[in-house]
Ligand binder design. Structure first.
Ligand SMILES: [Zn+2]
Length: 87
């Protein structure tokens, strides 16, 4: 149920966020693994496809956060939401 709400919020946040597009998870800044970029678009994606359900990822509440690097467009997946850094 919250999937569409978070998806909408994610896109709205990405659309207006020019400077507040850096994230922290587990106390560490999220950096792009490909180019080292620190700026991302955030979105939500469902994880309950046949393949992922097979991997017993139901604990992840069937949704994941995707972080799309604004520099190189590399997509990283997180099972919980990173915190947005407001600066
Ligand atoms: Zn990148």
């Amino acid at each position: 149920m919250s999937f569409f709400k978070t998806l909408k919020r994610g896109f709205k946040g990405a659309a207006k966020a020019v400077s507040a597009d850096s994230y922290v998870i587990n106390g560490m800044a999220v950096n792009c693994v490909h180019c080292g970029g620190k700026h991302f678009d955030e979105g939500q994606a469902q994880m309950n496809t046949a393949g992922l359900t097979f991997l017993n990822l139901d604990w992840a509440n069937k949704s994941a956060t995707v972080m799309v690097c604004k520099t190189c467009t590399h997509v990283m997946w997180f099972a919980r939401s990173p915190e947005k850094v407001l600066d």
